[in-house]
Write a protein that binds this ligand. Structure first.
Ligand code: PLP
Length: 364
């Protein structure tokens, strides 16, 4: 049995006729940018998240860049951010010329809320939280700190559509919630797409302007903006997928439970639950092992593909060499980068495939 890390084709095949029909309607309509499909998706996604507003943008990275810009965060400002994240989170901060202040992860791979306070200075303007791998960060504590120090919160929800804590969905814990609909995300488009959700009318209007050249009235420009829009074709396809999102999440949780119950190997450390499993949307299933290279090769020899999310933390990347960090900084984050491994995990995985992976892992 050959098992790929992901199988987006399966998700497409299951409902191919719906997608093709939606595409045909958009193509025949003659209206491709900022139209009724986007408006419908923005309304639907805002409702899904339990937020007042949603602004579709070109991708998740832009969602972050536009969010910090809308909050007026720039040169001289510091933003607290997990050291253990995908680099796009950090780019959202540095593209605005602000300075990222990294904080070590906790045992759940998310930012360690107990280490945030010591990173706050007079220049701190915001905390950027990431709900990594689909699990909500420790928002109770983080919201308390934000209130105490009067800080903005930007949520990077790119891996956590529909994830929740105490009945509150991601996108509602802070000022702005940033989403990516990159094809592999839990809610994935058929190309690039993203969105920002919020409950504040000023921020909403600012984002609507920023994504469209800084214009709020056609051909009149209030500020230097971006061209960052979610097109009609992707919006129409996302509208179809949004209706299925809760089913996707239930299926992911079921696969995760099978892995959690089935994998029994002292050499493999399973991901830990910080809260109730019903709030976790399992974007990725990430284990840790001290024998990672061996395990990768072993799985490959059994036709099982794995990936590493992520092999190099942002602060050690060439892109952020100018921040002058080295391997002695953030040792927990580095340990994760050196030991984590993502198992095949996708909607449409068969029981046979899951059982095979578990059986092979237990023989390692
Ligand atoms: C995917 C992802 C992004 C970037 O989204 P794009 O749509 O690829 O630009 C940002 N942050 C995290 C945590 C992500 O997983």
């Amino acid at each position: 049995m050959k098992i790929s890390f992901n199988r987006l084709d399966r998700l497409y095949q299951k409902d191919s006729e719906k997608y093709l029909k939606a595409c045909q309607e958009v193509l025949e309509s003659g209206w491709y940018i900022l139209g009724k499909n986007l408006k419908a998706f923005e309304e639907n996604f805002a409702r899904y998240c339990g937020c007042k507003y949603c602004v579709g943008v070109a991708n998740g990275t832009d969602a972050l860049i536009l969010s910090f810009k809308a909050l007026g965060i720039g040169q001289g400002d510091e933003v607290i951010v997990p050291s253990n994240t995908y680099i796009a989170t950090v780019m959202g901060i540095t593209k605005n010329m602000a300075t990222p202040i990294f904080v070590e992860p906790d045992e759940f791979y998310n930012i360690d809320a107990d280490k945030i306070e010591e990173a706050i200075t007079a220049n701190t303007k915001a905390i950027c939280v990431v709900h990594l791998y689909g699990q909500v960060a420790n928002m109770t504590k983080i919201n308390e700190l934000a209130k105490k120090y009067n800080l903005k919160i930007v949520e990077d929800c790119a891996q956590a559509h529909g994830a929740s804590l105490n009945g509150i969905k991601t996108g509602n814990f802070g000022d702005l919630g940033c989403f990516s609909f990159y094809p592999t995300k839990n809610l994935g488009a058929f190309g690039d797409a993203g969105a920002v959700v919020c409950n504040d009318e000023y921020l909403y209007k600012e984002l609507v302007s920023l994504r469209n050249y800084g214009s709020s009235k056609t051909y009149y420009f209030d500020q230097v903006g971006f061209n960052s829009r979610l097109d009609e074709l992707q919006a129409a396809l996302l509208n179809i997928r949004l209706e299925m999102l809760d089913d996707f999440i239930l299926e992911r949780r079921k696969i995760a439970k099978k892995y959690l119950q089935g994998i029994k190997n002292p050499k493999i450390e399973l991901p830990k639950l910080a809260f109730d499993i019903d709030g976790h949307v399992y974007h990725l299933f990430v284990v840790k092992t001290k024998e990672r290279d061996k395990l990768i090769d072993y799985l490959k020899s059994h036709d099982i593909e794995t990936k590493i999310h992520y092999p190099q933390p942002p602060h050690l990347s060439k892109a952020y060499k100018y921040l002058n960090y080295d391997e002695k900084d953030f040792p927990i984050c580095l340990e994760y980068a050196n030991t984590c491994l993502s198992l095949p995990f996708y909607n449409g995985m068969s029981d046979d495939e899951i059982d095979y992976i578990i059986e092979v892992l237990n023989r390692f």
